[in-house]
Design a protein around this ligand. Structure first.
Ligand SMILES: [Zn+2]
Length: 380
């Protein structure tokens, strides 16, 4: 079907581009993209895909909007805080372009639904910020034979690539064969991220998805774009398919989606070896109530303690702990917490090595405490 007069007018700046033209715009209208995650990357990506006139856009997210998301997740507004990200994103996109079909996937991506979900779209755009989902998206996209537009951000640095083994390119596992262990890498919440960087990376992902649908230019297939926004230096690294890749290699070990391959979360359940080193917030509260001398140690940064702190805490930021731990009592329960339980786990491991056998890290940190114990506490 030819473009309508309204479409010809609306997309006229596209149509004037020789590489796009009416044929390209018709391809966009016939095309579909699944955007996974309505966060920092998914926000600008979905906005540009909708503005460009991609015919069908799937949105997968199960999260709620929180005030601290607004620093970078520009599809959401203050009015959306507390509600599902999907509602907030759908409303904004509908207002932007009523001519595109929006398909909500409120369950997000899971081991069970990915393959069926990915099968419904031409291009998969990964805007997630955690390793399990990133590996799951990569594996599911490969198994479904769909191109995956990858983006990631860390502090001031961004990466974008197109993983498309069906067209001869590498996959994410060709670069990083295995998922890092919890604690090996900080997640975004712990590490911080420069908000405007998300705009650059998410828009670049949208741009790659549009190129893939129209079949124009040179997508970032087999190339990893690395942006350092603090210096504004960009590099493009060539990435070849790895014949030994556990997914797309000659003798793959991963041939189906197995939940065991994606078990890692930033707020992870402790495994057996860590069962004593971590404690949940309810048990922590009980320990504090039962022991007068119990010490509650906050290893976050001072600015975080200014936002909220559990009453009776002593603040020693993680990086100062090696110089300042010596006056902590060894014969009392010592409960360590941070924002989400990553830094406190590292602190606890350090303290255990110094002979603090009663040191325990509070699972989920003050975030969990606020959710479970003190709902009135300010969260961030
Ligand atoms: Zn691979």
């Amino acid at each position: 079907m030819a473009l309508t007069p309204e479409e010809l007018s609306r997309y006229s700046r596209h149509l004037r581009l020789q590489e796009v033209g009416q044929a390209g715009q018709e391809r966009l209208r016939a095309g579909s993209v699944l955007v996974i995650g309505m966060g920092g990357l998914g926000s600008p990506a979905a906005l540009y895909l909708a503005a460009a006139g991609v015919g069908r856009i799937g949105l997968a997210d199960f999260d709620k909007v929180e005030a601290h998301n607004l620093q970078r997740q520009i599809i959401h507004t203050e009015a959306g805080v507390g509600g599902p990200k999907l509602d907030s994103a759908m409303e904004r996109l509908r207002a932007l372009n009523s001519g595109v079909e929006l398909v909500p996937h409120p369950e997000g991506v899971t081991v069970d639904n990915t393959r069926e979900l990915f099968g419904q779209y031409d291009v998969i755009l990964d805007g997630t910020d955690n390793f399990p989902t990133r590996y799951l998206n990569n594996d599911a996209a490969f198994l479904a034979g769909k191109p995956l537009v990858y983006g990631s951000i860390f502090q001031f640095e961004g990466q974008v690539s197109v993983f498309d083994p069906a067209s001869g390119g590498p996959c994410y596992r060709c670069l990083f064969p295995r998922m890092p262990a919890p604690g090996e890498v900080p997640n975004c919440d712990e590490a911080g991220v420069f908000g405007a960087l998300c705009g650059t990376v998410g828009s670049t992902q949208a741009l790659e998805a549009l190129k893939l649908i129209m079949g124009i230019g040179e997508p970032l297939r087999g190339r990893l774009l690395v942006l350092d926004t603090l210096t504004q230096r960009q590099t493009t690294i060539r990435v070849k398919p790895d014949p030994a890749c556990p997914l797309c290699g000659a003798q793959p070990g991963i041939t189906t989606l197995d939940a065991a391959n994606y078990e890692f979360t930033c707020e992870t359940e402790p495994d057996m070896s860590e069962s004593e080193i971590e404690i949940d917030v309810h048990a922590a509260k009980a320990v504090l109530e039962a022991n007068n001398g119990a010490v509650l140690l906050d290893v976050r940064e001072p600015y975080e303690a200014d936002i909220c702190q559990v009453t009776g805490s002593r603040l020693i930021p993680l990086k100062e702990l090696p110089q300042r731990f010596s006056d902590l009592p060894k014969d009392k329960p010592l409960l360590v917490y941070c924002h989400h339980g990553m830094r406190s786990l590292r602190a606890t491991e350090f303290l255990r090595r110094q002979g603090y056998e009663q040191a325990q890290s509070v699972i989920g940190g003050i975030h969990s405490w606020a959710e479970e114990i003190e709902p009135s506490m300010q969260r961030y």
